[in-house]
Design a protein around this ligand. Sequence first.
Ligand SMILES: [Zn+2]
Length: 241
Amino acid sequence: MKASVSDQNNLIELQRIDTAIMQATHKLKTLPEHEQLTAIQTRLAGSAELLATAEVQLTDVTIDLRRSEVDVESVADRMAKDEARMSNGSTSPKELEQLQHEIATLAKRKAELEDSELEIMMSADGAKEKVEIIKRDEEGLKQLELEINVRLENGVAELEREIQLKKSERTLLTPKIEIGLIDLYEKIKSNGGGIGAALLIGSTCDGCRLVINAVEMERIKSLEADEVLRCEECRRILVRI
Ligand SMILES: [Zn+2]
């Protein structure tokens, strides 16, 4: 096959454009933000579970606390009533003794209940703090998610712009190359991992990076400049510099 030197050079330019499109398309699919977002979503799901558990604990301990407050109040009420009876002056000495005894028992009970109330209060504070910490973490994660989404959108837009630009360059370039050469290039490119044409640098094929043997190099040198070369190893179109 024959093609002008200009066609062959344009083909190398076309390869550069296609490689750039291929790389940008690959980048688009593998932007690190995709993975980061997945990781954040996993953490958010974990956080939602933790929050649900912590909120149930907080509700339980709040109910315990109210119950304990009611217990303390009822003992305090009974003590107040007993004290009122004692001070109204109409109680007999025996009743007075009974009341004193009951008040002492109630005071002891009240102290115990207050101790337990204090413990529950501390648990309630702990549970509240836990809920707040999880919520703060969640807010932080959501903020980060927003930021990454913005970065992702910008990254995608930039790469799409680049791909669009390269595609326009391609549209302008292809009519300058003989169709037969392009067809051959496309065929090799689809089987050759996106590379259809490569430069011959010294005696190395820039497509497969293998050195061409001396005999083949001699043959290449004897060929006209418009002869389309193919690498013996990778079969790609070789363009002489
Ligand atoms: Zn090669």
